[in-house]
Design a protein around this ligand. Sequence first.
Ligand code: ADP
Ligand code: MG
Length: 336
Amino acid sequence: MYIAMALAALSTIAVASRAAELPIDSAPSRSRYLMGTVCEVAVDGELEKAEAAFAEIARIEQLISTWRESSELSRANQSRCAIVSRELFTLLDEAMHLARATGGAFNPLVGPLVQLWKSRGEGVVPADDDIDRVLPLLALDGPRFDSASRRINLPAGVSFEEGGFGKGYALDLAAAALESAGAERFVIDFGGQLMIRSNEPVEAAIASPERRDEIALLLSISSGSLSTSSGSEKSFAAGGRTYSHILDPRTGLAHPPRGSVSVVSGSAMRADALSTALYVMGPADGLAWANAHDVAAVFIVPASTGWTVILSNQATTSGLAVRAVRPDFNLKEGTR
Ligand code: ADP
Ligand code: MG
């Protein structure tokens, strides 16, 4: 992660994220390892305030991490009928709402499919029969929510997986914690997803889809979250091919890496889930969906030479001035 900031005037902040392990440039920041990745917080003012963000993320990790058997989500997954906290109930309800809105391209019930492909680990191509057996577990009408009792009923074998939205949710609450602590201007880089609060535009980088340590594009963002879903990241090899760790819950298939999708939204959870969803939809359907739902999205698509960069209408009109920093990334005509 790399945050280069000049905090004297936040107008000159330059954030270049998604490059691993680079030093912070002239900016007071603190880092902590949380939710399986590094969270870096740069604050204008007392850096001590970063601790409020870390504490909040640690709390959310204990709430939703399926890597921890003791998390409330893990325990709810193990029980077919759980009464959960108001916070977990609202979060899972919202995740299911995003799943329905995206036609299941984003699907928080993807867990059994992730296990089948072993895509969090060494990776394996499953048999068609196994995919057919698992797909019904991903049905969006499976979990039943009763808000009066905060009860969630899960059919046998169905479970929630926070991989596609947990980091974004944690970022929203980390930002709220910083604000409660009195921080007005800050940048949080949580494993490559950014949350920015500034009164002047900040330059935020999108990495090359092939090399996460190489900057391809710069965006100007003054407030909101930037989430990128990329095929190269955490891809896995199986059966002689390379696959992206993002799976298509509608078909049960994994795809070879195919560029990247970045989403900018005031809600980091929405940015997180929608970058995953648009990646699954692919550039044609994804762009149509983003345009129909006023989502600011930037698609990087492989071209015959180099890459084509396509902006959704909202990305064009919302002042996210996008500029390519490498000659092989070509902004499509009319998208500026
Ligand atoms: P990253 O975690 O690398 O930032 P994403 O935010 O795109 O990437 O989330 C990928 C994770 O989300 C996967 O590791 C998996 O746990 C889960 N996941 C994979 N495909 C989907 C999907 N279609 N919908 C929801 N979650 C998914
Ligand atoms: Mg995501």
